[in-house]
Design a protein around this ligand. Structure first.
Ligand SMILES: [Zn+2]
Length: 218
């Protein structure tokens, strides 16, 4: 039964991809542009899980699902900083968003704790500088994502974190999402599942949309 459900899920995705590519190039201008940045890649695996899962792969899968959701949306276009297993320097990631004059920059990551295998849950990070022009919007987006993700996924709410991050170079509101702990075996198994990655992607996509609508309704 499980195998059947998984096969049905993959078939639907394949169909969606084929039809999606078919509808590309019709050139309809959308209202918002969001750059999604799958963290790490290539020689940089990011965190390594208890079962050997590499963070770069989880980040890329979630980002690809978000891009897929964007294909069918009338309002939001999604651009990825990398769509394959390559390393892209931080400056190029934010540089792309700046060149495209994106509305938002969202970096996707998975967490690791070197000593506590029990550490679990989601945290959304913002660059720790209240003087940054985009700080209030980044914080508002982080807070909404934190709330929506923890509720929808039923995971521990670790709160918003402030750190010195490369996303400060983005000229638009920017956040970094830690989607879970790869060093926690049960969380790692969840993160490896396509269905879970798809759900995470859906919540991120819908929340971004909600945030942009709210901002532009003001
Ligand atoms: Zn990372």
């Amino acid at each position: 039964m499980k195998a059947l459900t998984a096969r049905a899920f993959v078939s639907v995705l394949v169909l969606v991809c084929i039809c999606g590519w078919g509808s590309l190039g019709q050139g309809q201008a959308k209202r918002f542009l969001v750059v999604i940045d799958p963290g790490h890649g290539g020689w940089d695996p990011g965190a390594i899980g208890f079962y050997g899962t590499q963070e770069k792969d989880i980040n890329l899968n979630i980002a690809r699902f978000i891009r897929l959701l964007g294909l069918y949306d009338d309002e939001i276009s999604i651009v990825l900083t990398r769509s394959e297993d390559i390393y892209v320097p931080h400056g190029e990631r934010t540089g792309l968003a700046n060149r495209l004059k994106a509305d938002l920059f969202v970096s996707i990551h998975a967490n690791a704790h070197p000593r506590h295998a029990a550490a679990n849950g989601i945290e959304v990070l913002v660059h720790d500088d209240p003087n940054l022009r985009t700080y209030p919007q980044s914080r508002a987006l982080a807070s909404l994502l934190q709330k929506r993700l923890t509720r929808a996924l039923g995971v521990t709410d670790r709160g918003i974190k402030h750190q010195r991050l490369f996303i400060r170079r983005a000229e638009m509101p920017a956040v970094l999402i830690e989607t879970g702990f790869l060093t926690n075996p049960s969380e790692e198994l969840k993160l490896r599942s396509w269905l879970y990655q798809w759900t995470v992607a859906q919540v991120i996509f819908e929340t971004i949309k909600e945030y942009l609508r709210r901002q532009n309704a003001r």
